[in-house]
Design a binder for this molecule. Sequence first.
Ligand code: HEC
Length: 126
Amino acid sequence: MRRKFIYTIGILAAIVFATSCQYKFIVEPVVPPPDPEDTIYFSQEIEPIFGTQGCTGCHNTGGTNPDLTVGNSYNSITSMGLVDVNDPQGSKIYYYPLPDGSHYAKYTSSQAAYILGWIEQGALDN
Ligand code: HEC
């Protein structure tokens, strides 16, 4: 009798435990794509992406080229020919780390849209 009671409590506890768990999905913050009318600034919107996405862990001064650290990234990506204003989508700095690609780190789709927009606007050092 007592045993049955303990089993019952145990089963109830297991059910409560199993159903009380809420799965938390990590939702990527929804950043709207850039407004084509707005100027995209390299220093404010593009360069910080390389730090945020962990690119600079490898792409740093003395590390793997291009050097994507703050203050060096613009010169590095332009001098290496990774930006082509005549073919924004064919620019390596855009397509190499695309979300569906296989590079070590990737852009979010919103970040990719910013990179592309910045190249389409002439890839300025602004
Ligand atoms: C774990 C280290 C690592 C991380 C993190 C990483 N990369 Fe790379 N990246 C490399 C290596 C190594 C190469 C050269 C070999 C290759 O092409 O895969 C490279 C190549 C590249 C190239 C091509 C350079 C060329 O000369 O053709 C670009 C562009 C690039 N990375 C951008 C990025 C960006 C942007 C990020 C962040 C979103 C990033 N990488 C994150 C290691 C890394």
